[in-house]
Design a protein around this ligand. Structure first.
Ligand code: AQP
Length: 337
């Protein structure tokens, strides 16, 4: 199938910290599978990262690290377009146009805004944090993406994108493809190891919250062995909040191995929480070992990553500029001659 006849996919990750197994199991793992069937655009969303304060040197370093991890998990730059969001100015431009159509009521209802703003000093919350979903809508709509592979936490932002696209289309005529969310069946919401009722997050500071993709293996094991469980002993999938720790470990095991729930429960029948933690640590370490080897190879090859990102920005700009030109024409901007 030619690239033009394939359905398009767009997704991205913020370079706002160390990537976690939540980012891997909820997002990256799916991306690798999708590169065979879709025309994929994967960006490192640095414009999103600055919706919360970032250290400039760390932001630059993490942007490269995240891009190298995209390659290390198995994305093939010959098949997919990998780029840095701020290298394609069309994202910021479309964001502005869509902001003018975004009802504040919709934005204030977003759970992520409520959660993240609650952790800030109320008088210093940036307008960008509120506008985060509009920028995400711009990312998706610029590439006329049919599908967006994300974890469950992004479901609401996807709905918002669809609503905004429909609003634009009904005001200015059919312009945008209305995208669908693609949420994995297993691993869509990995919870914090130390707080299994909260989403595992890369910007959470606690030492035992998350396994990072680039953690040394002994550190991964230590974190998993210290995961919060409960005072029971049964190892079964269970939605009861009191069993959230064990459920989370089983979910990580399932998403990492691809085994069925029944097979996993049978495997752990009669065993203890210590055995479960050891088994989870082993499968996670085994899954990430080749990723780390490949990461080290990629960052060790001088100029390679920069050339992939330059080529990605060029390919992405081509598609993004085409959509943006159409949008500008529809809203009534005078064309530059
Ligand atoms: N815990 C998770 N379980 C499953 N999927 C997850 N994702 C993130 N955490 C989990 C998915 O990873 C992709 C990238 O997310 P992001 O970096 O753009 O922002 P986020 O969802 O807000 O992720 P974090 O780790 O919590 O980052 P911070 O703390 O910096 O905001 C998305 O597809 C997301 O669903």
């Amino acid at each position: 199938m030619s690239e033009n006849s394939k359905k398009r996919v767009l997704s991205g990750i913020q370079p706002s910290g160390n990537l976690t197994i939540g980012n891997y199991l909820g997002a990256l793992r799916q991306w690798v599978a999708e590169q065979e069937t879709f025309n994929c655009y994967f960006c490192v969303v640095d414009l999103h990262a600055i919706t919360l304060p970032q250290d400039p040197a760390a932001l630059r370093e993490k942007t490269r690290e995240v891009a190298a991890l995209y390659l290390a998990v198995g994305l093939d730059p010959e098949k997919v377009t990998i780029f840095v969001q701020s290298h394609v100015p069309a994202h910021a431009e479309l964001n502005w146009i869509l902001s003018c159509l975004s009802p504040l009521g919709w934005l204030y209802r977003m759970t992520q805004f409520k959660d993240k703003s609650a952790k800030q000093q109320q008088d210093s919350i940036g307008a960008g944090l509120l506008n985060y979903p509009t920028l995400m809508a711009a990312d998706i709509l610029l590439y006329q993406a049919h599908a967006v592979p994300v974890g469950d936490d992004q479901r609401q932002h996807l709905e918002y994108t669809r609503d905004l696209a429909q609003r634009f289309n009904s005001m200015y005529g059919d312009t945008f493809v209305i995208p669908e969310a693609m949420i994995p069946k297993e691993g869509a919401r990995i919870m914090g190891l130390d707080s299994p009722t909260a989403k595992m997050s890369k910007s959470e500071e606690s030492d035992y919250h998350a396994v990072y993709l680039l953690d040394p293996p002994n550190r991964m094991k230590k974190k998993i062995m210290r995961a919060v469980t409960d005072s029971g002993s049964e190892i079964t999938f269970n939605d009861d909040l009191a069993r959230a720790g064990v459920n989370n470990l089983l979910t990580i095991y399932q998403a990492t191995t691809g085994e069925t729930k029944e097979a996993i429960e049978a495997h752990f029948a009669g065993k203890g929480y210590g055995d479960l933690k050891k088994a989870v640590a082993e499968v996670v370490m085994a899954k990430l070992e080749p990723v780390q080897t490949e990461y080290n190879r990629i960052v060790g090859e001088s100029g390679y990553l920069d050339s992939i990102l330059a080529q990605g920005a060029e390919r992405a700009s081509e598609m993004a500029e085409k959509t943006l030109a159409q949008v500008k024409e529809r809203v009534g901007f005078l064309a530059r001659r």
